[in-house]
Design a protein around this ligand. Sequence first.
Ligand SMILES: [Zn+2]
Length: 418
Amino acid sequence: MAEIGHGGKEIKERIMKPDEAKEKIKGLAQVPINKQIANEIIDISYGWFTPLEGFMNKKQVDSVVKDMKLPDGTLWPIPIMLDLSDKEIADYGVENGKSVVLTYQGNPMALLEVEDIFEVDRTEMCQSVFGTTEEKHPGCHRIYNCKDKFVGGKITLLKEPTINEPFGPYFLPPLKMREVIKERGWDRSVAHQTRNIPHTGHEWLMKGAFFQTHNDLPVEKPNVGVVVNAIIGEKRVKDYIDEAIILCQNELQNAGYFGPHNHLTSLTFWDMRYAGPKEAIFHAILRVNLGITHHMFGRDHAGVGDYYGGYEAHHLLESVRDQLDITPVYSMNWLYCPVCAEITSEGLCNHKDQQQKFSGTLIRSIVTDGVKPPRLIIRPEVFDRAMESANKYGAQNSPFVNEEYLETRTPVFDIEPL
Ligand SMILES: [Zn+2]
């Protein structure tokens, strides 16, 4: 049976058979690409970006910028573009109607059927996608720093990537994820977007989303799953290292705070654009394609600085809800209340003066000190796993990204020779 993704389109993997790939790329120019593009090739090829079949052409980009839609009317908030310099286009002979091989780590990764080479109004694009044209917004910065031109065309992956330890079990592309969800027997599933190791506030975000998603289902046979979907992409100094994020999220299940019957950890390759409300819609589309039925959105989802109002993403999602085959679950903040002596939700108990927010700075200092925090703040097993990941994968035994980690880490995936 066909698996249907975003916009009512079938999810199709665009991956060649090994013998076919060798034959198809003979005599074609080989164009090196960076990690962001490699991540997005994987997203396109496995169907995370359904209905896209490649990098956008000018007509698609213009339509997304102007109307937040693809030319056929399908909701789409963020342009997906491959940039090349004028020199690369000339040197490699990139031309409309020709195919080229995109190489990563020195090996052929994907075939690109070039159909359009174009420039865009970058200021207009930033205003539309990010609601600002300021260079200091990381999404605008990325657009302004793209190379001279954009190249649109269909992509086909030449060979599946090798997913390196410890990420292998968590690489669940759309068709595989849908199989796993069926195996688990979940009638409903709720996506939790994360780039963090979980403290108990996050744990309760997930538990709250579980209850909200369960809602009117009969309770005799619990069949709702929380799908933790970590965004793995560009790392900056002070982010958590990818290994710690994945392993600590999964530790909540290992240690029994959840179980395989209601929890699954997974990843999606994507460099955050911090587009706030529009990125919330984009994240919803990724999870529609993964076959997830509900999606949790907390305060300031995918925001940065003070560019977006706390609940602006919720409002934009509501305005396009009929075009998204996923149910948004809007979450309140979770706090620690010393009077209740437990985790509580914003506005639930009335000890307003005593409630303590989970501050990123506080959690960071706890983890940096390496002294086991109270279990009501971070579960001991999660803390131990964070320290173990720091020793095993971090630089200078730190679970936070530093320059040395960026230079010496093992890539999440490799492209092997054909
Ligand atoms: Zn209280």
